[in-house]
Ligand binder design. Structure first.
Ligand SMILES: NC(=O)c1ccc[n+]([C@@H]2O[C@H](COP(=O)([O-])OP(=O)(O)OC[C@H]3O[C@@H](n4cnc5c(N)ncnc54)[C@H](O)[C@@H]3O)[C@@H](O)[C@H]2O)c1
Length: 260
């Protein structure tokens, strides 16, 4: 098992990519604190873990990642439960947006930055301090997005927050290397979770066609990569972006180009 004996926090662990990663981590031998703003749904994921036969491998905690004190308390809770911390997956996030010129800054910029950007900063800072206090070691994985590397419809604030996640990852890897900490960002493409599933079937088909296999990515496929990145098998992957986008960022569009 890849993560035998490891203790992890997964923010946004109550749904989608986070939930799939909780289930993967416990199968790989980890103990996981499922940290989410939605406590009821986090507790349901913990019940799912027990039903899978991993009683006691997961616990739930309510956290609003936009609040640093709450994130620090989440790290303290994981240490209290598990005796230490080895991995934090900064994955909680919200989506949504408006055309830039329709923005109300208080509604369409600030919340996105507070959750998708500050939330990751808070996780890196609180976990980084814990890793140092333990004498070093530790892995920080943070969820960016394909939109962290490009412009897209209605994504002005989201793209900014997700680009910051990539920058945080580089800087954290650089600053925390002396403590033996690794930091990696992932950029999912189109993943079948509530964020995307709210859209029409037509739009979802278009999304699927933007990836090389022509299907929506399953959250479990992202979780498999995160488990690898959290494990010692990926010790050489540090300070970088791992594109889990099924080729989205490698091509623009398929043409019926005549042979010439
Ligand atoms: N689904 C995709 O196609 C896709 C693509 C690229 C990036 N992402 C990113 O992946 C991450 C997970 O998204 P998902 O698709 O699994 O969506 P999701 O909605 O299924 O899960 C997001 C989770 O984050 C939690 N959350 C929201 N605000 C929070 C807060 N302030 N504090 C703590 N928890 C909070 C929610 O309660 C939810 O459980 C997000 O960062 C998202 O931006 C998703």
């Amino acid at each position: 098992m890849r993560l035998e004996g490891k203790a992890a926090i997964i923010t946004g662990g109550a749904s989608g990519i986070g939930r799939a990663t909780v289930l993967k981590f416990v199968r790989e031998g980890a103990r996981v604190l499922v940290a989410d703003i939605n406590l009821k749904q986090a507790e349901e994921v913990v019940a799912e873990v027990s039903a899978m036969g991993f009683e006691g491998a997961a616990a739930a905690a309510q956290v609003d990642v936009s609040n640093f004190a709450e994130v620090e308390a989440t790290v303290a809770r994981a240490v209290e439960l598990f005796g230490g911390l080895d991995v934090i997956f900064n994955n909680a996030g919200i989506a949504g947006g408006k055309p830039l010129l329709e923005h109300d800054p208080e509604l369409d910029y600030a919340p996105m930055i507070r959750i998708d950007q500050d939330g990751v900063y808070h996780g890196i800072l609180a976990a980084g301090r814990q890793f140092r206090a333990q004498g070093g070691g530790g892995v920080i994985i943070s969820t960016s997005s394909i939109y962290g590397e490009q412009a897209a419809e209605l994504a002005f604030s989201y793209s900014a927050a997700k680009a910051a996640v990539i920058s945080f990852t580089r800087s954290a890897a650089f600053e925390l290397a002396e403590y033996g900490v690794r930091a990696v960002a992932i950029t999912p493409g189109r993943v079948g979770t509530p964020i995307i599933n709210q859209f029409s079937d037509d739009l979802k088909s278009t999304f699927a066609a933007e990836q090389l296999r022509g299907v929506m990515t399953e959250p479990e496929e992202i979780a498999n990569v995160v488990a690898f990145l959290a494990s010692d098998e990926s010790n050489v992957i540090n300070g970088t972006v791992v594109r889990v986008d099924d080729g989205y960022s490698s091509f623009k569009q398929r043409f019926n180009l005549p042979v010439f």
